[in-house]
Design a protein around this ligand. Sequence first.
Ligand SMILES: *[C@@H]1O[C@H](CO)[C@@H](O)[C@H](O)[C@H]1NC(C)=O
Ligand SMILES: *[C@@H]1O[C@H](CO)[C@@H](O)[C@H](O)[C@H]1NC(C)=O
Ligand SMILES: *[C@@H]1O[C@H](CO)[C@@H](O)[C@H](O)[C@H]1NC(C)=O
Ligand SMILES: *[C@@H]1O[C@H](CO)[C@@H](O)[C@H](O)[C@H]1NC(C)=O
Ligand SMILES: *[C@@H]1O[C@H](CO)[C@@H](O)[C@H](O)[C@H]1NC(C)=O
Ligand SMILES: *[C@@H]1O[C@H](CO)[C@@H](O)[C@H](O)[C@H]1NC(C)=O
Length: 893
Amino acid sequence: MGCAAVMQVLLLTYCVFVAAGYPFKTPLDLDVTPRITVFNRGLRGCRRFQSSTVNYSTMLLEADSEHLYVGARGVVYRLNASDISATSALTINWEVSSDQKQQCLLKGKDNETECFNHIRFLQRFNSTHLYTCGTHAFRPLCAYIDEQKFVISAQPEEGKDKCPYGPTTGYTALIIDQQMYSASQYEFRSFPDIRRNSPPPTLRTEDAPTRWLNEADFVGSALVRESLSSSTGDDDKIYFFFTERSQEQTTAYSSSRVARVARVCKGDRGGRLTLQKRWTSFLKARLMCSLSEYDFHFNMLRSVFVVPGQTPQDTLFYGIFGLEWKNVKASAVCRFSLTEVQEAFQGPYMENQDSGSNWKEYMGKIPDPRPGTCITQALRARGINDSTSLPDDMLDFLRRHPLMSQKIQPADRRPLLFRRTTHYTQLAVHMVQSLDGQTYTVLYMGTDEGWLHKAVEIDGQLHLIQELQLFEEPQPVNNLLISAQQMSVYVGSPSGVLQLSLSDCQRYTFCYDCVFARDPHCAWNGAQCVDIMTQSDRSTLIQDIQFGSRGCENVQHDVMQRSRSVRVGDDLLLQCELSSNLATPLWTLDGSEVQGYDLNSGLRIGTDGLLIIEAQQDQSGLYTCHGVENNVKVPVLSYNVTVNPNLPPLPPLEPHEEPQDLVPTLPAPTEHTSAERPVPPPVAPLLPRSELLSPRNMEAIYLSLITILGSLCVVLTTVLVYVGFCLRVGQRGKYSLRAASAAYPCSRRHSKNRRAARSSSNMELKTISNHHNGNGVCNGGSKQQNGDVHDGGLLQIVPGGGHTSLNTGPPPPAPPLPPTPQHLPSHCDFPSGLSATLPSVLRRMNGNSYVLLRQSDSETSSPVCYSFSEELNRILEKRKHTQLLPRPDESSV
Ligand SMILES: *[C@@H]1O[C@H](CO)[C@@H](O)[C@H](O)[C@H]1NC(C)=O
Ligand SMILES: *[C@@H]1O[C@H](CO)[C@@H](O)[C@H](O)[C@H]1NC(C)=O
Ligand SMILES: *[C@@H]1O[C@H](CO)[C@@H](O)[C@H](O)[C@H]1NC(C)=O
Ligand SMILES: *[C@@H]1O[C@H](CO)[C@@H](O)[C@H](O)[C@H]1NC(C)=O
Ligand SMILES: *[C@@H]1O[C@H](CO)[C@@H](O)[C@H](O)[C@H]1NC(C)=O
Ligand SMILES: *[C@@H]1O[C@H](CO)[C@@H](O)[C@H](O)[C@H]1NC(C)=O
């Protein structure tokens, strides 16, 4: 067949490209897959607060009074923290007048988003009052809230020094002993600034001769009471976390933006002559979060969570970092210890040589007292009682040397977690004591699309326990709060506030399920998976966080059984969906393992079931599906299969044997097209075959295949041309592009967790794949609309020496990210010949990796992609109707 030859050539070409496109060798284990995926409709025990308002931007949890205060657009709420959906919510309306709105419009602001009073700040002021600030249609105001009466207690006051003008401007602020510390680029045109506003003297950062902050985008701040355990009389300090334009250029690596931590002393009063009304204790240092093996630097700090330790010295900072390329969703989680932050501030300074961008480590003499230190006993003994008595030469040095040379490395020397296709926006950390008394770090992380990931740290590595889809409509998680008292996590988003239980143990239905989850909250009590906090007698509970495999050996585990009977020569799908994304399926027939990978055996094992092609009588028997996880094999479901001798064809709706022991928790059988057998070799059918499989139709399929593969080539060519173009551009401009040896058109492989990434799709086509699949044609170069990073070796951006802004010009293509084990192709193993045509190309059998094809609206912008999935869906849709009547899960086809 000519068509076949053409296709083979195309496939071969593709294989060569794929094989050549992988420059990486050592995969990282950091990009872990969430064990359980829970879609919105499957959320349990979740409470929502929603109203006519939007933009729930600020939250304040008062553990004592059990109140959750929420600031939204033009309104402040007081909710009952134990049940936020209760109707007892109190409201303060704080809207802008139409006059002010008009003025905001005249300033050229957007009346749909900006000309409102977005509440940006809400914290406790004293025992009776809260303090709040709002953008107030680009004229910020602040006000006291009488907690008892829940009203604004006096006329709102000027807020322009405490609160940004816009709703999305980076901002962080704290009230410490009734003094407000805030950091933002307050007005659009102003320089970013860290301020202490009240009481006097007001302090700020310095702009000349050295600007201390450069386009800083603040994400968090924290007070660390370092005076508490200090023998030197050291002061408390306030740490600010942000991303800013980098000043220093080093030869090894340079980037336009870097993550930073800055700190000031709480007792700072400014200088007397030098640095008057300026901080005399401001220092900043770079926070590193890198995959150094790949020279991959996560420079954008998105969120910080501070975990206090036993002593102030044990404080830990957890940060979510992203890449500078806006169209790449990758995130990394890094953890820093306060001790190492302090070390950097004790280390050498950087110096600006010629007021250009040439920053070098300062090697000269450092003035005494050391610039940037707080007032200590030693200084007081020298008569320096506060910062106004500090010598001018020391202050002048500080003024010019705000930046430390030492970069702060993560405590673990690498990220705790790295996700290529997830954009985390927020995190919150909770310490949980497990059964054995060990304390585990549990992280809750929110994404830009409204998912919540729960992770536990085990030996310096994160295990993702589950991912939850919080909202039907994708929207960013703007806020995360944890209450140990309420055993709840609160999530703020544009559309509402959500309250979820910290644990979700009932989701796990049998002992191993509970143990595999490795959730420190959960343990098996002999009958069900329970939250250990609710158990008074913990002696019989089973939990294994460390290995996630031990304890259930002697626990009775019932396996449900179903019956299937088919005629000889028919295809049969034995469905078995594993709830865990980490489990691999394993099938046994009458106790011995079924080898489903051999293409000639007529058996195929997928993630959702076992397919028996043209069943023979000797294939009757008891098939058992097992999930293998953490090296433990757990039976899930059994099928008693009877293959009957070839009888005359029966009407299509022949009565089937009813399934026995159907357990209600089993997911309802969905229409998995993967159940269909691949297009068979053109043998003369003995039984009446469905129309689809007629030679005419086969031809049509081949033809469409050729079309598809042809378009693959077009994409390939386009990409190559694009690479060439970029290369030329790159030589002139900011980037030089290291082109991988080949363009790889199908790099957008879909991992199973992509199910989570996109929920809006209206069709899910689960296929079972080996390493390479021809379906990922929608690699739109830099167009990463679904947040997918192409994991092929298409382009690598190596920022060069330019200074041009990243925001100007077309966005650079996304860089490739290091591969992970489950995605790493080892070889290109298409079957010889074309016995397995399109459908099996799409789902190569290997229970270990997954391919999901989805048709979603967002993909329509890529014509190639669209037509491809369209085509495929049509073919499969047709096959479904012709082949899988009446129910794909039942008996004979
Ligand atoms: C406010 O909410 C609206 C609607 O949900 C959203 O479009 C907008 O981006 C939000 N604005 C901010 C500043 O969060
Ligand atoms: C909050 O709700 C719980 C139960 O719904 C109730 O027992 C409690 O009294 C409420 N608290 C407040 C402060 O209203
Ligand atoms: C914003 O202004 C436009 C015209 O200037 C007007 O049509 C629209 O209704 C305004 N929207 C709001 C929310 O006020
Ligand atoms: C708290 O501060 C408010 C506003 O300044 C003031 O009116 C109130 O008296 C203060 N309360 C206490 C207990 O000091
Ligand atoms: C510093 O404080 C000490 C004791 O409080 C006092 O004796 C001394 O005069 C002060 N020094 C200055 C320079 O103010
Ligand atoms: C399977 O079904 C057949 C008849 O349908 C029955 O004889 C046999 O005992 C069953 N086997 C098991 C293990 O249940």
